[in-house]
Design a protein around this ligand. Structure first.
Ligand code: ZN
Length: 331
């Protein structure tokens, strides 16, 4: 907060100043601790959707104009089409502009329009590859990428905006940028990942990674916990749908069973499904190709698979080693 005052982005109200409590709204904020490597770093999170004493939130009172930017889905899909990709953040964007915040995105678009002739490709990026203050863009080759990078910096500098948190698939692009302006990588299962739009991206492999470490379920699983776990997954374009659907089916089965909110279960899995199959197969081999009862007992130490018996029988029927053994012992 002190930094905000020092930068002139905020002025404290004096004790004596009168506030029109009917007409004004407050934006509450709270501190959020960074995850992974920057756990000590505090971020300020504003929530303009919280209602003030007069019953209104700031968001209620703002007129929502037409959509000025592409949605996350479009931006991410477009991003995937480029051969050489890069991303950057506009530094402290919301606090850089002396306009009402809702006009802010328009300010960026106006900047793009004003300098279109000088920086045509950068202007296009502002229009199509920018989500709030995140730029995710790319081009066909390195030469184009370097020129676009220069133009983006130039265009935004004209509006006194600065780009930071750069990341790219190509080292040469990053080498143009001082180290402190590069996006810090975090380690995730021995892979270096950067965070963009709330998703983990591995620049080396150019793929997105989901980190469920922050969503660890505790030992006891309840319906309440499962719902909160699912609601906490940030998956803007449904890439996790094939996995999440299993959880949704489980929750549905819990409702049908009439499970209470805080009733706890062991790890509960649907009878069909790849994961259950793999777990059964694993238990079967860990019990040295054990029979139904042995496998079931082994499973139950950790999991509760619905209609497990049938699935175990099927697993044994399909097991090549067991088939072979049975044939040999029969003859
Ligand atoms: Zn077997």
């Amino acid at each position: 907060m002190r930094e905000y005052v020092e930068l002139g982005h905020m002025t404290p109200l004096s004790e004596s100043s009168t506030i029109d409590t009917e007409g004004c709204c407050f934006i509450p904020h709270h501190a959020v601790r960074g995850s992974h490597s920057d756990k000590r770093k505090l971020k300020v999170l504003f929530d303009a959707s919280i209602k003030t004493l007069n019953g209104w939130s700031l968001n209620d009172r703002l007129y929502t104009g037409p959509k000025l930017q592409m949605d996350i889905l479009t931006i991410l899909i477009n991003w995937g089409r480029h051969k050489v990709v890069m991303l950057a953040d506009i530094e402290k964007m919301y606090r850089q502009i002396l306009v009402r915040p809702q006009d802010l995105l328009q300010t960026l678009l106006q900047l793009a329009k004003d300098d279109e002739i000088k920086y045509p490709s950068a202007a296009e990026v502002i229009r199509t590859d920018t989500y709030v203050d995140n730029i995710l863009t790319g081009v066909k080759n390195l030469v184009e990428a370097l020129s676009l990078q220069k133009d983006l910096i130039g265009l935004l500098k004209g509006g006194r905006f600065f780009l930071k948190k750069w990341a790219s698939i190509d080292r040469v692009i990053l080498n143009q940028i001082p180290k402190e302006l590069r996006l810090q990588k975090i380690m995730f299962e021995n892979v270096q990942v950067v965070k963009t739009l709330g998703l983990g991206w591995n620049p080396k492999e150019d793929c997105f990674i989901y980190d469920l470490q922050d969503h660890n379920m505790t030992e006891e699983i309840t319906k309440c916990q499962m719902l909160s776990f699912m609601a906490g997954l940030y998956d803007p374009i449904d890439w996790l749908a094939p996995v999440v659907i299993i959880g949704k089916i489980l929750i549905q089965q819990l409702w049908i069973m009439g499970a209470k909110w805080d009733e706890s279960f062991d790890v509960l899995l649907p009878s069909a499904g790849k994961l259950s199959q793999l777990i059964i197969r694993d238990a079967h081999s860990r019990t040295l190709h054990g029979g139904v009862h042995l496998v079931l007992a082994n499973l139950r130490q950790k999991y509760w698979i619905l209609k497990a018996k049938n699935q175990i029988k099927k697993c044994i029927r399909d097991c090549l080693a067991c088939c072979h053994y049975n044939r040999v012992t029969q003859h």
